[in-house]
Design a protein around this ligand. Structure first.
Ligand SMILES: Cc1cc2nc3c(=O)[nH]c(=O)nc-3n(C[C@H](O)[C@H](O)[C@H](O)COP(=O)(O)OP(=O)(O)OC[C@H]3O[C@@H](n4cnc5c(N)ncnc54)[C@H](O)[C@@H]3O)c2cc1C
Length: 468
């Protein structure tokens, strides 16, 4: 069983094991080297191995030990950023492709679960988006119309979310969303990957990731061993190989989750989101922490830009109050954890060839709170790109895309990030990695000549390029 800091133990960590693997002990040659064993890296590795590629996965922690084990594991087409906004940024066709790709990702997970017989509590269910009472509901009208234009024609309006202990008022129903137990799913992927000849190495830090030419790459690990390959996929959540291009197009946000004990069946098995900023989201995980007759009501929200707030206790408190006000059947809080999502300036992930690099280097980043589907899309899309197949999603996820209409927000986001960079002129939060408590992140001041370092102890914290 995985152990972790009590404050940062997710319901998944408490209820499943993930496979243990050894570290890389010798130089290796592979067709594709995947750096990062979260959902993006493991899905990519699995799909490539299904196609007969020799795949090596490196992770400097445990399999799924990054943000993936801290997710709430909704699989949705009800994206965090609205379709009417995506239409403005990507046009009707681009927003349509986004909707199609997330729906296809849910189907791909369902297909893999079936084909590999992965017992991971996967189920299809309805998701609902509601506006808190007293607030304008135009957002629902706009989203319904845009979602229909994007091909999600089964989404409909309901007078209130059914069977809940509080009146949500008008809401949108998104049918055929899904949820699963992420660590059981990743365990299944890892087993299938190894069956297909894939190799996974834990505690193996990729120190230097290099496109040697357009069909050769090289990864040097901190233990001195080297993986040579035809292509490398950097699936480290925040790309550790790219020190500028992508980091100026996205910003890290911290998000908080509690898991509350409720009597089995007392909260309907649905997904639910409200619309304030920051918003709240819920799901039910059947079964509890060793107690029979209970479920865990998982509630998340209270996001803030990483490094710009230091009030986790207050945010957990607000989440608990929000939950108890609406779900009086809560009998106790069993879990509290937090993690980080990367918010791209124009809402969609960056998946594909690394900008300004050799064609052998691919990245997957910018999960935007929809990393379960974005990570699966990364697997599908990067596998197609490596196999030389056309994929019409490529342009909307292209890490080199220029989404001009996003520029005002882009400037704002970067001013904000720039403000964080000035903080880095200070000595940093800590002097050494040893000072970072399990489950927390901090800015580690690197010497001027050092390579950018991502200091992670359970959750990640990005060190922007100007830190070095
Ligand atoms: C609280 C919370 C709730 C969320 N809820 C949802 C949800 O309901 N639905 C949804 O779709 N998404 C959700 N997300 C987002 C989703 O969980 C993430 O986007 C997703 O798990 C990220 O997966 P990943 O593979 O990109 O990254 P990670 O899981 O972080 O994997 C990256 C891996 O790279 C490794 N690594 C990093 N640097 C190196 C290096 N130099 N060498 C070797 N290895 C390295 C790390 O150890 C890590 O294991 C949520 C996120 C959080 C934090």
């Amino acid at each position: 069983m995985r152990t972790d800091n009590g404050e940062s133990t997710s319901v998944w960590m408490a209820t499943a094991d993930t496979p243990r693997e050894g570290r890389l002990a010798e130089d290796l040659d592979a067709d594709v080297c995947v750096v990062g064993a979260g959902i993006a890296g493991m899905t990519t590795a699995y799909l490539l191995a299904r196609e007969g590629k020799r795949v090596a996965v490196l992770d400097d922690g445990a399999i799924a030990g990054g943000e993936t084990c801290r997710t709430t594991a909704h699989l949705v087409t009800a994206l965090d950023d609205r379709y009417f906004e995506l239409e403005k940024l990507f046009g009707e066709r681009g927003a349509h492709l986004a909707a199609e790709s997330h729906a296809a990702a849910i189907e791909k997970v369902e297909e893999i679960v079936g084909a590999e017989k992965i017992d991971c509590d996967f189920s299809r269910l309805d998701g609902y988006l509601f506006v808190p009472p007293g607030e304008a509901t135009k957002v629902l009208d706009d989203e319904l119309a845009a979602a229909h234009r994007c091909g999600l024609t089964e989404i409909e309006e309901v007078e209130r979310v059914p069977d809940l202990s509080f009146d949500t008022g008008r809401a949108l129903r998104f049918p055929r969303q899904a949820q699963f137990h992420i660590l059981k799913y990743i365990d299944g992927l890892a087993r299938a990957l190894k069956r297909d000849g894939g190799r996974v190495f834990m505690e193996t830090h990729a120190e230097k990731i290099e496109g040697v030419d357009d069909d050769a790459a090289r990864v040097e690990t901190s233990g001195g061993k080297v993986v040579t390959s035809r292509a490398v996929v950097v699936a480290t959540n925040s790309p550790v190989n790219d020190l500028f291009e992508i980091h100026t197009k996205q910003a890290p946000y911290r998000t908080y989750v509690i898991g509350a004990r409720v009597a089995r069946g007392s909260v309907p098995k649905i997904l639910l989101w409200d619309t304030p900023d920051p918003y709240h989201y819920i799901r039910i995980q059947e079964g509890s922490n060793g107690k029979s007759g209970y479920d865990v009501l998982v509630v998340g929200g209270e996001d803030h830009k990483t490094g710009q707030a230091d009030d986790a206790e207050r945010r957990f408190g607000i989440l608990e109050k929000w939950t108890r006000d609406r779900f009086p059947m809560v009998e106790g809080i069993e879990f509290r954890w937090s993690g980080q999502v990367m918010e791209p300036v124009d809402s969609l992930a960056f998946i594909g060839r690394n900008p300004l690099d050799k064609k052998s280097v691919y990245i997957a980043t910018g999960d935007s709170g929809n990393g379960m589907t974005h990570g699966t899309i990364a697997g599908i899309l990067i596998t197609d790109l490596i196999a030389g197949r056309e994929n019409e999603w490529a342009a909307v996820y292209d890490p080199s895309r220029k989404t001009l209409s996003a520029l005002p927000d882009f400037a704002k986001e970067n001013l904000n990030v720039a403000a964080q960079y000035t903080d880095l002129a200070t000595p940093g939060d800590v002097e050494s990695v040893d000072e970072i408590k399990p489950g927390e992140g901090a800015i580690l001041r690197a010497p001027a000549t050092a390579r950018a370092t991502t200091a992670r102890t359970g959750t990640s914290s990005t060190v922007p390029p100007s830190a070095v």
